[in-house]
Design a protein around this ligand. Structure first.
Ligand SMILES: Cc1cc2nc3c(=O)[nH]c(=O)nc-3n(C[C@H](O)[C@H](O)[C@H](O)COP(=O)(O)O)c2cc1C
Length: 329
C-alpha cells in the first residue's frame, strides 16, 4: 500500500468514526460536541452553544456526554482495525479542546469489535419501568468490568435506594423552582429545539411512573406507553471515580459509553439519572452514600426492559456535516 492510499484510508476511517460517535448518548440529547479531522487523527471540541447553562453550569454533564462520544469514536475505529491513542485536555490554552485522538496502527478486526460498533446504533434510553426479571449477576459483573479503568460502579443497597429516592425527589423540587432550568427542559423537549437534537414526545413516558426512585420530570407528558411495571427489581448504581477534575468527567463519559454498550449487548436497559448530580446538596448526599469511595458522576438505573411491548423509538441526531469538520483532512 503506498502512502497516499494509506492516508486516504485513515482519513476515511476517521471521518466515519467521528460520524458514528454521533450515536452517543448526551444529556437532553444536546450532542454538545464537534470533531475536526486532522492529519492522522481527530480533535474533539466542546460545543458550548449546546451546553445546558442553567442545569449544567460547570459543564460536567457536557464532559460526560463528550466522553461518551470519544469512546464511541474509538469503538468505531477498532471495528475498522485501527488502534488509537487519546490525549485528554491536551492544551491548557484551549479548554474546549477536550481530546486529541491519534491513529497508532492497524490491528486484526475481531468479531467482538464489530459487534460493539453495531451496538452503538441500537443502544438507547428506555424510560419505561423495568420488567420483573432480575438482572443476572454475571451481566452486572460484565458491565462493571466494562466501565473500568475509566470509572467504577457502586450498586446501592435497598436502604441506599430509599435515600436515593428521597434525594431524587429533592433534586426535582429544587430544579422545578428554578425558572431557567425549567426553560431549558422546555426548550430541549419542545418544538423550538434545533432539528436533530432533544427529546421528542415519543421517548417520554405518557404519565408519571409509580416507581421508588422518580425519573426526571420533563415537565410534560410524552406519548410513550409505560404499562404497569415498577422498579422493584431494578438495580440502582452510582458511576464514580477518584477525582473531580474535567479530565475525570470526560473519562466518566467514556466509562458510561463502554458500560452502556456492554449492557445493550447483554439485553440490559440503562437509564442515567443526573438530576441528583446537578443539584449540589443531593450530589453531596450521593458522595456520603459512597462513604469515601470517590466522587459521583452519574446515577444509573439498570434492569431488563419489558420485551412484550414496543419500547421508545430512537432519538434524532444532528446531520454529520454539522458536527464533523473535514476541512483539515
Ligand atoms: C450525562 C447524561 C445525563 C443524562 N441524564 C438523564 C436523566 O437525568 N434522565 C433521563 O431520563 N435521561 C438522561 N440521560 C439520557 C439522555 O436523555 C439520552 O441519552 C439522550 O436523550 C439520547 O437518547 P438515547 O440515549 O436514546 O440515544 C442522560 C444522558 C447523559 C449522557
Amino acid at each position: 500500500m503506498n502512502q497516499d492510499t494509506g492516508r486516504r484510508q485513515s482519513a476515511t476511517a476517521l471521518a466515519s468514526a467521528a460520524a458514528a460517535a454521533g450515536y452517543a448518548p448526551s444529556v437532553h440529547n444536546t450532542q454538545p460536541w464537534r470533531w475536526r479531522i486532522v492529519a492522522n487523527g481527530l480533535e474533539l471540541f466542546a460545543e458550548r452553544s449546546r451546553q445546558l447553562n442553567a442545569t449544567d453550569a460547570p459543564g460536567q454533564l457536557l464532559l460526560v456526554s463528550c466522553g461518551a462520544a470519544l469512546d464511541h469514536a474509538r469503538v468505531a475505529l477498532a471495528a475498522e482495525g485501527w488502534t488509537a491513542e487519546v490525549e485528554r485536555l491536551p492544551d491548557g490554552t484551549q479548554p474546549d479542546l477536550l481530546a486529541r485522538l491519534r491513529l497508532t496502527g492497524r490491528t486484526p478486526v475481531t468479531a467482538e469489535a464489530v459487534r460493539l460498533a453495531q451496538t452503538m446504533r441500537f443502544r438507547h434510553t428506555d424510560r419505561r419501568p423495568v420488567s420483573d426479571e432480575p438482572l443476572p449477576a454475571d451481566a452486572l459483573r460484565a458491565i462493571k468490568d466494562a466501565v473500568s479503568p475509566e470509572a467504577r460502579i457502586h450498586t446501592l443497597s435497598s436502604d441506599q435506594i430509599l435515600e436515593l429516592a428521597a434525594a431524587a425527589s429533592r433534586a426535582a423540587a429544587v430544579e422545578a423552582a428554578e425558572p431557567e432550568i425549567r426553560e431549558e427542559i422546555e426548550y430541549w423537549t419542545g418544538r423550538a429545539r434545533p432539528a436533530g437534537t432533544g427529546l421528542p414526545a415519543d421517548v417520554l413516558p405518557e404519565r408519571e411512573q409509580q416507581t421508588t426512585v422518580p425519573g426526571r420530570d420533563f415537565g410534560r407528558a410524552g406519548t410513550l406507553p409505560i404499562g404497569p411495571g415498577h422498579d422493584r427489581v431494578a438495580v440502582y448504581a452510582v458511576l464514580y471515580g477518584d477525582e473531580d477534575d474535567p479530565c475525570d468527567w470526560l473519562r466518566a463519559g467514556e466509562a458510561l459509553s463502554a458500560g452502556w454498550l456492554r449492557a445493550t449487548e447483554l439485553g440490559v436497559s440503562v437509564v442515567p439519572l443526573s438530576g441528583v448530580i446537578e443539584v449540589a446538596s443531593t450530589r453531596q448526599t450521593l458522595r456520603a452514600l459512597l462513604a469515601g469511595l470517590g466522587h459521583p458522576y452519574l446515577v444509573l438505573r439498570l434492569g431488563i426492559a419489558d420485551s412484550e411491548h414496543a419500547g421508545p423509538p430512537y432519538t434524532p441526531r444532528l446531520p454529520v456535516a454539522q458536527i464533523v469538520d473535514t476541512s483539515g483532512a
